[in-house]
Write a protein that binds this ligand. Structure first.
Ligand SMILES: *Cc1c(COP(=O)(O)O)cnc(C)c1O
Length: 232
């Protein structure tokens, strides 16, 4: 599905942008309302700089140590870094050195620790609540029924701001099979207050982002379609 050997990163970014635009138009949405989060995990800083040169400004990393090593000074100018992987409470302090948004908030103890560290830094940290819509046992994310409680807890945390929800769809061959997961996140968001209070839906990856856009994704997390297959 991804032609990476014979293309440049710039061409791949252009192709992803084109597909985003097409999927948005089909869905009757403004293409500019969809943010590409370039998932640079496993790739070196040079790859981040190349993606930045191609115009991308939002990046995603799933490991704290790697994120710190790659995004510590000098930071790519104007870049924003999202943490998209599971976050252990003992790594929160380190994470907040470089991370602008934590997309993987899935439990109370993490909210407590994030609040404490954000207060120490005198920062407001934007977060997303990660929900395990497909109820896959091996996946992180809270159960759909717990999300409301976590949102309440975040709203009581002075230094945190919840912008929306995030989910990871099951790995499927046919992207259409991920549609119920994406629709499920959107429906949950609508039950929990709607787009006015929770504008962000982070869902969709390289193989299924067009379907995610059709279901309302505002942030798509794209690794392989931009950077190529990850090194083993
Ligand atoms: C790796 C990863 C992605 C990107 O996946 P690709 O298939 O490379 O686009 C998106 N979201 C999360 C949470 C990831 O860990």
């Amino acid at each position: 599905m991804f032609v990476t050997e014979s293309t440049t990163l710039e061409e791949r970014v252009a192709a992803v942008r084109q597909q985003v635009t097409e999927a948005a138009i089909v869905a009757g949405r403004d293409p500019a309302s969809i943010e590409i989060v370039a998932v640079s995990k496993t790739w070196p800083r040079e790859a981040v700089d190349a993606a930045w040169a191609a115009g991308l400004r939002t990046f995603g990393e799933n490991r704290v140590q790697e994120a710190v090593a790659k995004f510590a000074e000098p930071r790519p100018e104007g870049a924003s870094l999202h943490l998209i992987g599971q976050l252990q409470t003992n790594k929160v302090r380190q994470a907040l050195r470089v991370v602008d948004c934590v997309e993987s908030v899935d439990r109370e103890s993490l909210i407590d620790t994030l609040q404490k560290e954000a207060a120490r830094l005198d920062r407001i940290v934007p977060v997303l609540v990660q929900v395990n819509i497909a109820r896959e046992t091996q996946k992180s994310g809270c159960a759909p029924g717990e999300a409301g409680h976590l949102l309440d807890k975040i709203s009581q945390s002075e230094n945190l701001r919840c912008d929306g929800l995030m989910t990871i769809a099951p790995l499927v061959d046919d992207p259409e099979d991920a549609r119920p997961t994406f629709a499920g996140l959107r429906e949950l968001r609508d039950e929990l207050g709607g787009a006015a209070s929770l504008p962000v839906l982070s869902m969709g990856m390289s193989n299924d982002f067009a379907v995610a856009i059709a279901e309302g994704a505002t942030h798509i997390r794209i690794g392989r379609a931009i950077f190529g297959s990850r090194p083993a």
